[in-house]
Design a protein around this ligand. Sequence first.
Ligand code: FHN
Length: 442
Amino acid sequence: VKKEKINLVHGAHRDGKRPDEAMKKWRGYGLGQFIHWGLYAIPGGEWNGKTYNGAAEWIRSWDGIPKSTYDSLIYKFNPVNFDAKAWAATAKQMGAKYVTITTKHHDGFCLWPSKYTDYTVANSPWKKDIIKPLVDAYDAAGIDVILYFSVMDWNHPGWRYDIKTEADSIAFEGFKQFTRNQLIELLTLYPTAKGLWFDGTWDKSWVKQAAFADELEQELRKLRPGIIIGSRFRADEYGKRHFDSNGVLIGDYEQGWERKLPEKIADVHGNDWDCVMTVPENQWGYNKAWKGHIKTAFELIEMTAKSVSLGGNFVMNFGPQGDGAIRKEELQLAKEIGDWMKVNSEAIYNCEYAVLDKQDWGYFTKKTGSNKIYMLVFNTPINGKYRVKLPAKMGISMAAPLSNPGVKLKIEEIKANEYFIEFNNPSAKQPFVITFETDTDK
Ligand code: FHN
């Protein structure tokens, strides 16, 4: 039985993918970097001798640290080893095409000198804007910048988790204006930013603001045409988040893939999406403890391949230290991923879902707008034969290793539209790519 469509005023404003150039570029990024940085990097998951092997940016709420105690970390913010160009160089070396930077996390501390609160870098010993040099450095490196912004703000007196009384309502009205002011300020100060990445939008207080948030989103889009805003910003008038009450994605791409990946193409419902991933199980902000299972470059590359094969982007998180330097473990991963990307990024950038059945050896991607297919191999078959199934009437014109296009690989047709591509590559220590072109004259 087909569900009847509900008339929504503040639901999704578009069905299907955004077709414009800015969004096409976003779709082609393949790999990105996430940066969680703020005051929480100073304690680094440790408070009064106790350590938290978890999301260090939440330490204030986990340890019940009084607001004034936590907020006084501002007087310690003096990241003498902060070097925006070095951060951008690390991202570039890794092969990231976009970066999402926390301008303000849940604690409310602003990495830019906002004129709407005193709780900013301007009042720290550091004094200077952090966002401006970062935007400049990443722009210069050719890496698009997306500004992360937490709506939930533990510092602002008007913030409420829910609105139950008249007093809450008055306080929250002030908070809404503050939020609007800050967002306009960010887009005005950093006009080259390509998107806003919203977080901290799940509490009842904000979920109830469908009309306000919808209008604000329109206003921001008018201010910066082409700006990219994901599905986390606002709820519809029934409080539905990400997907409206008719099941249509709200915003330009699905922001629900956090620390998890879709398994199959049906899971992404034909929408744009990206996956944001931590290196340990759940650490965003810098945590001195680097414990539990730490993902390897191999795993992160495989997640990148899988994301692109299912039409998404993969974003690896970095949590720089309180002194501004990136921890050595993350630098090492960036190098290893970058070394792989140097050889294989053709199979990642500007690639999309190939509309082919996944096989056990790895993942298919397809160069957008062409007939070039990439096979990203993570498991090598012992017999060196790679199974490929193509749709009816489609053939393979030739196959070769991406790293050595001169080598023509043997193609055996097993049955109609099903092939083995042979590649004995016993020396492979890293995931690698086989390319082929399809022809439709078959
Ligand atoms: O609570 C935050 C968390 O600290 C981190 O910023 C992640 C990143 O996607 N977002 C929230 C949890 O969904």
